[in-house]
Design a protein around this ligand. Structure first.
Ligand code: SF4
Length: 77
């Protein structure tokens, strides 16, 4: 399993994350910021757990996010 952590407040709405993993990310047209699907919000940090199959795409989008607000951790079982 992996953990995706997203500091939503700093998102600038560039759309890169959605292009790379549309099954996990979508745009909120109201505020122009990305939404991490299946996440829980804790003080502005949105966290979701996902299967390892999503690791590569999410690691790649975390790298290209221009404001570096996405972090991917591998969870050990
Ligand atoms: S790549 Fe980063 S800045 Fe761009 S929409 Fe996704 S979270 Fe926001």
């Amino acid at each position: 399993m992996i953990q995706i952590v997203y500091q939503r407040k700093k998102c600038i709405g560039c759309n890169y994350c959605i292009e790379l993993a549309p099954e996990r990310w979508m745009m909120n047209k109201k505020d122009g910021k990305s939404v991490l699907l299946g996440s829980k919000n804790k003080k502005g940090f949105y966290t979701a757990e996902a299967y390892d199959e999503e690791y590569a795409a999410n690691k790649a989008l975390a790298k290209v996010c221009p404001v570096k607000v996405i972090h991917i951790n591998k969870l050990s079982l």
